[in-house]
Design a protein around this ligand. Structure first.
Ligand SMILES: [Zn+2]
Length: 166
């Protein structure tokens, strides 16, 4: 098992918080015509007031140094924080095609859920895929997030703090 595989842990994913999905759709739209790319992180459902076991996707970590252009987003893997709750990835397709490219399929093995958002980034312009690139159901959950502003406001200092390689 490689270091990257160790970053992603399988655990039951109950869905994505509505606010997080809307944030990603907006960000994709703002990034257009370039590609938006980030990693999905989760919060224990119990911490969100849900009486269930499992994780809810509650934030998107946009990796500093990610180079984007209209056809691809290249992640500098040495910039990925060592975070056991990275559940998968999310990225946009400015060409509006909501299915994984060959390059996407090569990276989907890491993480259990991968969301692709397509232009024009409306509420229905997205689809979740599993690690094999097959379309999968991802529930949208209406939960109250602790402090949305702080939640999404990653700074370089936060990232450095998270970078604890073995
Ligand atoms: Zn893609």
């Amino acid at each position: 098992m490689g270091l990257l595989d160790a970053l992603f842990r399988s655990s039951e994913i109950l869905g994505i918080a509505e606010e997080t999905l809307e944030f990603a759709l907006e960000s994709s739209s703002e990034t257009h015509p370039n590609e938006y790319m980030g990693f999905l992180r989760g919060t224990e459902a119990s911490e969100l007031g849900l009486e269930r076991d499992g994780l809810v996707i509650t934030d998107v970590l946009v990796v500093p140094g990610t180079e984007t252009n209209s056809v691809s987003a290249t992640v500098r893997t040495n910039m990925i924080p060592n975070d056991v709750k990275a559940l998968g990835s999310i990225h946009s397709h400015p060409n509006g095609v909501v299915r994984p490219s060959d390059a996407d399929l090569e990276t989907f093995g890491r993480g259990s859920v991968h969301v692709i958002i397509g232009a024009p980034y409306r509420r229905s312009d997205w689809q979740a895929f599993d690690s094999k690139g097959q379309p999968t159901q991802l529930n949208v959950i209406d939960v109250e997030l602790p402090d949305a502003e702080e939640f999404f406001d990653f700074t370089q200092a936060d990232i450095d703090e998270d970078l604890q390689w073995e």
